[in-house]
Structure formats: structure tokens, C-alpha cells
Design a protein around this ligand. Sequence first.
Ligand SMILES: CC(=O)SCCNC(=O)CCNC(=O)[C@H](O)C(C)(C)COP(=O)(O)OP(=O)(O)OC[C@H]1O[C@@H](n2cnc3c(N)ncnc32)[C@H](O)[C@@H]1OP(=O)(O)O
Ligand SMILES: CC(=O)C(=O)O
Length: 533
Amino acid sequence: MAGLTVEIYDTTLRDGAQQEGMNLSVADKMAIAALLDELGVGVIEGGWPGAVPKDTDFFSLVAKELTFKNAQFAAFGMTRRAGTSAGSDPQVRALLDSEAPIITLVAKSDVRHVERALRVSGDENLAMISETVAFLVGEGHRVLLDAEHFFDGYRYDCEYAVRALLAGAEAGASTLVLCDTNGGMLPDEVDRIVTEVAARTTTTLGIHAHNDSGCAVANSMAAVAAGALHVQGCVNGYGERTGNADLIAVAANLELKRGAIALKSGGLRESTRLSHAISEITNIAPFPRQPYVGASAFAHKAGLHASAIKVDPDLYQHTDPAGVGNDMRMLVSEMAGRASIELKGKELGFDLAGQGELLTRVTERVKNAEAQGYTFDAADASFELLLRSELGEAPRYWTVENWAVNVASTPGDPKNANAEAVVKLRAGGEQRILTVGEGNGPVNALDHALRQAVSTVYPEIGRFDLVDFKVRIMDASHGTDAVTRVLITTVDTETGRSWRTVGVGPNVIEASWEALTDALFYGLLKADVVPIP
Ligand SMILES: CC(=O)SCCNC(=O)CCNC(=O)[C@H](O)C(C)(C)COP(=O)(O)OP(=O)(O)OC[C@H]1O[C@@H](n2cnc3c(N)ncnc32)[C@H](O)[C@@H]1OP(=O)(O)O
Ligand SMILES: CC(=O)C(=O)O
């Protein structure tokens, strides 16, 4: 496969948009199309003009406003309706009106679908395929044939499935795409069927795999190994039901594992950034364990891994994360060893090499804390503060004398659980500050009181927004005695930096206080604010 060029055909804007919960506006589609072009896919399928009104609008806007650097544009539609002519079928005419240079026609190739879903004869379906392909080729388009349910149809009646393909090929289709529409195939059977089909045509073969058996990427790779030169899929594996083949994983496998040429302009090295940028637009949170580009794809937690990675990262990584624009990360947890702490320290800018005693101390502190309920792989900022305290570099912006919270509950009052917190601390020289904060619940009141107390000395605190607050009872068997863990995510609204802190305590208020204090200390530290305790 080395040196082989494989055409990467992206259907995020069509099959990806068939995913449950995904609803792309025309503006979203424009933005995603530009990112797909930057990724370097060969073809971008924009949607189904004439069927979906938004797609019709999108195509007319693309024709006027988008120029691609790398990709060509494709419109998707179906073969003419039974009993009409291709030239008079409004759906087919809408494909021409889209002005897309490439037209992809979905066609039935499983005779059971022909007879039961289309309710036409096998011969009429073959005529629908060949006449529609010939008409669009005659209009100057490159035409691809997406042979729907090809693999299932081949298993049932291989001769009919191949006749449907050949009808497209003889009418001038450039590429015959074998679709695993129901997504149930396994790689060995894909390999066999593609090999058999390749022996019966010289037209380029493609693969379109759904992920219902968890094998969409593997099936795409198997098809290419058996002779397919065109792969359809979606960024981030979006798509109907369980999704389509994740195109970034396919492209990365082809380029990094097989030496093939897939994405143009070195797009693979940008794929982590682009995958996440597309997630922002689809409003679907990135999947951390997504191969290659997920946040956890190169994150190492186990101490034994870290000790080998210290010698050579390749010992515990299947590929260099830089190849896909991702980064290696060390996670600190109860599974850490000294090597994990040393590497994490390096990631945070501390050279801990040769500081054996310190590494042992930090490792033990982390293990003991995690045994009590802390979790540092979810709270990097708290770990950095712990490390700094062992290094004697912990920032101390204020000293707390005490705090207290009162909750007044008035049944029937909509503002039930109004709370009042009192915080006494020293900050800004010898100044003693006492503030009272009110809030909707004790943690909110405490947060208000603490911020009021210190914001006169450290006005930067006003930039720090608490954006996520998670509470977990650590040992449910203890009931109200259980230990509580609080994880807080804070964002600096000026820089966009976000960080997570953890607190553990016998109750949610104490755990929250610890996580809140860490969050504000860390924010001030990263904003380069000098402590005036
Ligand atoms: C495998 C895939 O994912 S292919 C992509 C699927 N995507 C979509 O379906 C999204 C867009 N679809 C739509 O907007 C609508 O379904 C439309 C506009 C295409 C059709 O809508 P309607 O005219 O209301 O028909 P409906 O959806 O109920 O049924 C589809 C019709 O197309 C026919 N048909 C299905 N596949 C094909 C084909 N490849 N060639 C020709 N006709 C076909 C069906 O037999 C059915 O015909 P009928 O109306 O005579 O029963
Ligand atoms: C064409 C297509 O989307 C499919 O067969 O799944």
C-alpha cells in the first residue's frame, strides 16, 4: 500500500448530519466545509439538494462564496424514480442545479430492497441506475455510485449486486462505492467480497462503512487492502445510528501505518485541532477516547508506563502524537510512580530529575490523598499546588482565620435554602478582612463571601468564573457520614485558560471550600499575581 493514493471522501455534512441530535445550520455547514478543506480531504459531500431545503440553500451559497484549496465538492441524491426519465426527475434536476462538479448517486444493489422497498423489478432498478448515471455524466459531471446495502445484497444474491454495480460502471460512473449501510460487516468478509468484486471490474472501488459492529474503520482498512482506492466517512465518526467510519482514524492508519497518501497538504498534523474545531460547531463534545485525536489518546496513567516512557515515549505509544497534532500527557493518580511525577513535573515546567527524595514524598502524598478520595488526574491544578508545596513554592495569597455558614430554610418559599456565610481572613499585609456573603445554598454563599473578602486585594479574581461543579459521595455505604469529593472547573474569562481543582471533606461545604481556595490560588498564580498575604 506504500505510496498508494487513496481518495478521502467526507460525508460529515450529509451522512454525519443524519446523526441523532445533530442539526447543522447553513452557516455551520459553511464553517465545517472550510475546516474539512483545511484537513485536506479530497471530496466534501455537502448534502442532498432538492430533498433537504437547507442543503439546497447551502449549495447555492457554496457556488457563490466558497473556494476550496484542496477539496472538490459533491452533491448527494438518488437514482431517478421508477417510471420517470432521469432528465425529467425533479430530484435529479436539483442535483444539476447544485452546480457541484461531483454527483454521488445512492442506488439499490440488494435485490430484496429493490423488490420490497422500491417495489420495482430488478431490471427497472438497473435501468434507473444506468440512465441516471449516463444522464449526469452526459451533463459533464463526475458520478459516483453509492451501492446501498451492497455487502448484505452480495451475501444474498451476489450476481444481482454485481450487476447493479456494473450498470453504473458501464454508464460512466467513475467510482463504485460498496456500502455497508447496516454496518454489520466484519473485516474478513469485507476483504473477501472486495477482492471478488475487484476481479470483475476495472472501475475504481470505494468503501462506505457504518460502525454498527464497531468495525467501520477496520472494514475501511480491509477494503483498501483488498483494492479499494476511495474511502467515505465522517470526521469524528459522526453519522446515522452508531456513525460512519471515523475519517481521521482511517487517514491516520493509511498514512502512518501503511505509507499511503490520503489527506492533502499535510492535513494529518492538524487533525486534532480540526477535529475539535468541528466538534465546537456541531456542539457535540469531543470524545476523549477517540483514537489519535482524543484528549486521552496519548494520556498515560500507570506508573510502569511512565517509567518506560521516561526512557523512550515510543515504548508505550503506537505512534508519535505530533503526527496527528496531539500531545502526550502524564496523569497523576494513585497509580503513579516516581517516574510519573517526574514527567508530570516536566510537563508543568519543573525539572525534578535526580530529586529522588522529593519524588518519593510527592508520590506518597498523591497515593495517600487518592486513598482518601482525591483524584488528581481530573484536577491538574490541585496537583500543581501540591507539588509546589513540596518544593516550598506554594503561593499563599491569604490566611484564613475561620469561616462559617448558616442555612435558613423556609418551606414554601421559592428561595428556599437561602444561606449566609462569614469569612475571616488576612490578606494585603496585616489587613484583617471579615465579609458576609449571601447565596442560593451554602457553597454559593461561601464563594461570594470569599470573593468579596479577597477581591479588594486581588481584583483579578473577578475574571475567574466557576463553570462546573461536580459532587460525588465517595463511600455511599456510610450514608450521611460518607466522604464527599468536589471537582470544580474554573475559567479565566480574560485568557480563556481553564483549570480543575479538587477538594475532599466530611461534608460538601468543606470539600467545596478546599476546591474553591485551590481554584482561586491557582488562577492568581497563573495570572502572575504576586502574593500579599
Ligand atoms: C443509506 C442512506 O443513508 S441514503 C440517504 C438517506 N437520506 C435521507 O433520506 C435524507 C433526505 N430524504 C428526504 O428528504 C426524503 O426521504 C426524500 C425527499 C428523499 C424522499 O421523500 P418522499 O418523496 O416523501 O419519499 P419517502 O422518503 O417516503 O420514500 C422514499 C422514496 O424514494 C424511493 N427510493 C429510495 N431509494 C431510491 C433510489 N435509490 N432511487 C430511486 N428511488 C428511491 C423509495 O422507494 C420511496 O418511493 P415512494 O415514495 O414511491 O414510496
Ligand atoms: C449511502 C449511504 O449513506 C449508506 O449506504 O449508508
